[in-house]
Design a binder for this molecule. Sequence first.
Ligand code: NAP
Length: 240
Amino acid sequence: MCAQKTVLITGGNGGIGYATAAALAASPAYHVIIGSRSLEKGKTALAKLSSKGSVSLVQLDVTDATSIAAAVATVEKDRGRLDTLINNAGVGPTSPSLSVELLRNTFETNVFGVAAVTDAFLPLLRKSLDPRLIHVTSPLGSSTLRASGAPLPPFHTYEISKAALNMLALIHRDLFKGEIKVITLDPGFNATNLGGDPEAMRRGGGGDPAKAGEFIKSVVEGKRDADSNKMINEGGSIPW
Ligand SMILES: NC(=O)c1ccc[n+]([C@@H]2O[C@H](COP(=O)([O-])OP(=O)(O)OC[C@H]3O[C@@H](n4cnc5c(N)ncnc54)[C@H](OP(=O)(O)O)[C@@H]3O)[C@@H](O)[C@H]2O)c1
């Protein structure tokens, strides 16, 4: 079996996903697959990283069953197995609206997309000797924080979707116990395209995603395996 571990990052063309790809590519221990729904954006990311390490690209729209199936076939053909799947792709928060349409759209990526991609890649994860499944969530999905009355920004569809993702992650943890390590993490507040305006996020205190990338790399390395019962962040954990 190839010693180099294969890591697939959904939404790996930008923001935290790209930063994670860059951090992992710097280590010869990993082959990084950038999952990108836009081939154009994916090729730009690949061009920036290919001189830095072992990196490839796969088209992957987490809301599209055909795209997911094709990505599984490509990874199987090229790598034979998957050691770590990072469910990073996400949308919102862009509006305080609680419309059913926005809720449904947000769930398509943040919840159903994670469920579908995980399900599809399970056979390849099961071929790994040390498989890891990493879910990227947010403190805005913490039911405990909302119940406590803590002041929270009003991005309700995003909050609901990440709360649902947290439960999905816990169920994955239980279903795959003894087989696949499941880690749920908050990458911290980072200036990215997530809210549609990285500059505004930076002004609001959003950090450099490179730091989040290093944190997620440490999780891929197994440094937080003992914390699979928690929603972890860089400094500790957040209540569910
Ligand atoms: N930034 C923060 O402060 C923060 C805090 C807590 C949690 N998070 C979480 O971190 C993750 C990454 O977010 P980010 O901040 O890096 O945001 P970002 O810069 O907007 O990146 C999101 C990534 O997800 C991709 N994506 C969206 N919908 C997709 C789909 N249907 N299929 C495949 N890829 C899709 C985007 O692709 P396109 O380029 O094609 O849009 C992009 O690559 C998200 O799960 C987010 O909820 C972020």
